[in-house]
Design a protein around this ligand. Structure first.
Ligand code: ADP
Ligand code: ADP
Length: 231
């Protein structure tokens, strides 16, 4: 993993009277799993999307592994930052393999390298490559789609993984299973993970530290699950 520093990070959407994210300062250590929890609309998704530059900040800086990435080419950023979202966000007209290949293709990997990476990734997330590679998203269960979503986020082996309610759309039993899988994966991969959820139990289970956010992503508490549970 790589460290992440947010310095006075802000986002004002045009037309909105108050900023969605206001002056957030946060330091995340390399290899740490940090959970952002907070009410709907408090700016969690906006914060994540600024870290991968799907949204441009209106103020502040972002550093990954010490490098200021606030203004770098977003395509370059995709080598550093993987992104997984609720309902997996797979492109329906593309096969599992094509979905996973998106970022590696974008950054210029060769076909053979991509093909072997797809095998490796499907294996990593517990899907049989021979069986699933050629399937379309609609031919997968919700849980299988989430696995593919995680595989896609990991495709170019980025040091940072951003996850926006990745297990929000699956049933509780599958969610529990996917959470266990993520813990197992993290033991192996040591990514720096920023994980958004509004499920406090999920936060406690997965987080090394939890950032409890109020409106505009103001940080009310940023501490270990143990410390948060005893406060
Ligand atoms: P959360 O992920 O915590 O639910 P969001 O980051 O989605 O919060 O939203 C934060 C605030 O920004 C909300 O008030 C939301 O309405 C507003 N917002 C989000 N996206 C946009 C957008 N594209 N344009 C204008 N306002 C937005
Ligand atoms: P484009 O910029 O080519 O229009 P998108 O922004 O729609 O592409 O993203 C293409 C795919 O890459 C999507 O599946 C998206 O979830 C994924 N993605 C977006 N940002 C990142 C990132 N920083 N790292 C890894 N994958 C990303």
């Amino acid at each position: 993993g790589a460290s992440i520093e947010l310095e006075s990070l802000s986002k004002e959407y045009p037309g909105n009277p108050t900023p969605a994210v206001d002056n957030v300062n946060m330091e995340i250590k390399a290899g740490e799993v940090v959970i952002l929890v907070g009410p709907s609309g408090c700016g969690k998704s906006t914060t994540l999307k600024m870290i991968n530059r799907l949204i441009e900040p209106t103020g502040g800086r972002i550093r990954i592994g010490g490098e200021d990435v606030t203004d770098i080419d977003p395509v370059k950023l995709r080598r550093k930052v993987g992104y997984a979202i609720q309902s997996a966000g797979l492109f329906p007209h593309m096969t599992v393999a094509q979905n996973i290949a998106l970022v590696p293709k974008m950054i210029g990997w060769s076909k053979t390298r991509i093909a072997s990476r797809i095998e490796e990734l499907l294996d990593l997330v517990g899907l049989d490559a021979g069986e699933f590679r050629g399937r379309y998203p609609r031919q997968l269960s919700g849980g299988q789609q989430q696995r593919v979503g995680v595989a896609r986020a990991l495709a170019a082996d980025p040091p940072v993984l951003l996850m926006d309610e990745p297990f929000g759309a699956v049933d509780p039993i599958t969610r529990d299973h996917l959470q266990d899988e993520l813990i197992r994966l993290q033991h192996e991969l040591h990514k720096t993970i920023v994980f958004v959820t509004h499920d406090f139990d999920e936060a406690i289970k997965l987080g090394d530290r939890i950032a409890v956010l109020r409106e505009q992503s103001h940080i009310a508490q940023f501490d270990t699950p143990e410390a948060i549970l005893t406060n």
